[in-house]
Write a protein that binds this ligand. Sequence first.
Ligand SMILES: [Zn+2]
Length: 226
Amino acid sequence: MAHPETGARRMGQACDHTRVNGPSIPSRATCVRCLRPQATCLCALARPTAHRTEVLVLQHPQEQRQAKNSVAMLRLSLAHCEVVVGERFAPGALEDLLHRPGRQTWLLYPDVPAAPAPAAPGATAGKPVRLVVLDATWRKSLRMLLEHPALAALPRLSLDAPAPTRYRAIRAARRFDQVSTLEATVQALAILEGPSFDAAPLLDAFGCFVAGVAARQRPQACSGQA
Ligand SMILES: [Zn+2]
């Protein structure tokens, strides 16, 4: 079930709707909106960003616990962003998540030899999009894709030339083109929505978040940064 304020959901390992749990009850020291410790609350960094595309983030459980994870900021800033935590999804539950009436669903994922993109018809011009994003390490996202035929069958949106990541300071990129989930999603929305989509304030705020995390990790090296 959706958390009343955050919209975040957790999907149990058993992966059917009877086992869906809400997020754990926040302790006093946890922000009820972003679900992070008060000391590292992200709410002030949220930048409401107008967009039309629905975003569904399937978040690996390990990412949910990462202090450096970028999805919380994305969810706080995008009005149409749903986050579902899980690693394995029952086929029926996954189909329910992936598709919405009147929308074409795309998967944000590169066409790679280990998981070639399906031969799919091109986008239907003018039809609104539901964009599915996997929030996991490269290896785990590939496994999620290979283990879920419904995901592998989706037409792909890949970023041919991802912008340089602000993320490199805090998470070692495993591939040259690996960017944070927030940055990749924002780039995809820019492709889908064109110049009317302006994520510059969000990307600037994300830069502040990255700098803050890096400063906590290496306080001497990063002194003086925002
Ligand atoms: Zn917060």
